[in-house]
Unconditional design. Structure first.
Length: 211
């Protein structure tokens, strides 16, 4: 795909959703960090249902740490992998309290040193909480990038590096949200809804549907 097409795609996505946001519910960088950590291999809907009950009770590193692993599990047991996630969240809270005065560090290296936090989670927090032009590539973005031929790559790291290279600066802060929402609701995994897609004529996918 050439850059003229890429810019047109991004302009259409921006016109359709000028201020895209994550579907995770959060009000502080800490809440966002915990929600993203909980969302691994789980839906945003399931995470929001759990945090709707958790955050009114405990939404700071100290408060969640005081719940303990077993106490936290009672709030997140409907989320996949909740046992290991509870362990990681409590360990993360302890590190934030001990090393960062209870604040979420605005540093990739510091974020990626937290239990259960990988590059994708760090990218989401840096982008969504702090406005960094990072691009977190999940399964939706990986699929959309390859299917449209917007940014080809054999794995999420390759797609991320390609996106960082080809997406113009003015779109970088929001492109993560546009692509994830596009993959979640239009360019879905099994049968993409090409017939209702606002970038269908620009997409280079060879097996388009009439849906």
């Amino acid at each position: 795909m050439n850059n003229v097409k890429r810019v047109e795609i991004l302009e259409r996505l921006r016109a359709n959703n000028p201020k895209p946001e994550t579907e995770l519910k959060w009000s502080t960088p800490f809440e966002l960090l915990i929600s993203v950590l909980l969302s691994a291999q789980a839906t945003d809907v399931s995470v929001n249902k759990a945090t709707d009950k958790l955050y009114p009770i405990a939404n700071t590193p100290q408060a969640i740490f005081e719940l303990g692993v077993d106490g936290l599990k009672q709030y997140i047991k409907t989320i996949g992998l909740f046992n290991s996630k509870a362990e990681n969240v409590i360990k993360t809270c302890r590190i934030l309290l001990d090393q960062y005065a209870g604040e979420v560090p605005e540093s990739r290296e510091a974020l990626e040193s937290l239990p259960g936090v990988g590059r994708k989670t760090a990218n989401v927090v840096l982008n969504t909480a702090f406005g960094w032009p990072t691009i977190a590539v999940d399964t939706h973005i990986f699929r959309v990038s390859n299917r449209t031929k917007f940014a080809l790559g054999k794995n999420v790291d390759e797609v991320e590096q390609k996106l960082l290279k080809v997406v113009p600066k003015e779109f970088k802060v929001d492109v993560h949200h546009w692509l994830i929402l596009h993959g979640r609701y239009t360019c879905v995994a099994r049968k993409p809804r090409c017939g209702s897609c606002i970038i269908e004529d620009l997409c280079e996918f060879s097996d388009k549907t009439d849906l």
